[in-house]
Design a protein around this ligand. Structure first.
Ligand SMILES: NC(=O)c1ccc[n+]([C@@H]2O[C@H](COP(=O)([O-])OP(=O)(O)OC[C@H]3O[C@@H](n4cnc5c(N)ncnc54)[C@H](OP(=O)(O)O)[C@@H]3O)[C@@H](O)[C@H]2O)c1
Length: 239
């Protein structure tokens, strides 16, 4: 789809990757960008239209769809990482909260905006996923579960919305240099690169965007990555 002239709706648009999506959409000629945030006053990009949206709130979703009837590009960017090792005491609580934001949020928003997208020519849905859609890390195992589920949801949505000409795009970054990964001491991709690759992919008609070398490596390693990341005989102390 063309970015120029598009009308975009970006969730989690007040900071991090979301704010970068808003800015690059405006820079590339989107005619309108709705910047959805739990606190709309925290939206910084001038030129965007702040909208109140907690993606876990059904009433917020209904109101946003009613207010933004001209949208032809939905970017499900909002995400949360709370966990967490699976064996931690509070892991079920964390996993459920992560699923609310990372799976059911995009699920409900995509369903709610589907008719709007069709009415406006098909358009596109972009789901910001992760390299951990395809692997796990102990430190964020419950979050990885949510991103795997969101990847499967994205694939299912693509099959169903094909009939109305909606392009459904999965974006897979590894660590990005935002607040979410502030405590991570690993190479990080710039938000600028992730967004630039997303928008280039959208315009090229792609359905999958590998946002950096790490996510490209993980994808290209499937299913061999399981042996790369999980030595067959993990030390007992590391279990
Ligand atoms: N950073 C990474 O290393 C990394 C790697 C791969 C994928 N991702 C994904 O990239 C996306 C953007 O993350 P980021 O790196 O920009 O993280 P971030 O800096 O922590 O920003 C997260 C954004 O999501 C919003 N958000 C969280 N829960 C929400 C909810 N229930 N309703 C509405 N908004 C909510 C936050 O709003 P508030 O300001 O109100 O908290 C904030 O705007 C996420 O889907 C994340 O999972 C991130």
């Amino acid at each position: 789809m063309d970015i120029k002239g598009s009308v975009a709706f970006v969730t989690g648009a007040n900071r991090g990757l979301g704010a970068e999506y808003v800015q690059q959409l405006l820079d590339r000629g989107a005619s309108k960008v709705y910047a959805a945030a739990r606190n709309p006053e925290s939206v910084k990009n001038s030129g965007a239209i702040p909208i109140q949206l907690d993606v876990t709130n059904a009433e917020h979703i209904r109101a946003a769809v009613a207010e933004c009837g001209d949208v032809n590009l939905l970017i499900n960017n909002a995400g949360a990482v709370l966990g967490g090792r699976i064996m931690a005491d509070n892991s079920l609580e964390n996993a459920k909260a992560e699923f609310e934001t990372n799976v059911w949020g995009p699920f409900n928003l995509s369903k709610a905006f589907a008719d709007t997208l069709e009415k406006n020519g098909g358009g596109a849905v972009v789901n910001v996923l992760s390299a951990v859609s395809w692997m796990s890390l102990k430190e964020v195992a419950t979050y990885a579960m949510s991103k795997s589920a969101a990847w499967s949801f994205t694939n299912g949505l693509r099959l169903e919305l094909a009939r109305q000409g909606t392009q459904v795009v999965a974006v897979h970054p590894a660590f990005i240099d935002t607040d979410m990964a502030a405590g991570v001491d690993m190479p990080k991709t710039s938000p600028h690169q992730v967004v630039e690759r997303t928008l280039n992919g959208l315009e090229a008609g792609d359905v999958e965007v590998l946002a950096d070398d790490t996510s490209t490596f993980v994808k290209n390693s499937l299913p061999k990555h399981i042996e790369t990341f999980y030595p067959k005989f993990a030390k007992k102390s590391d279990r």
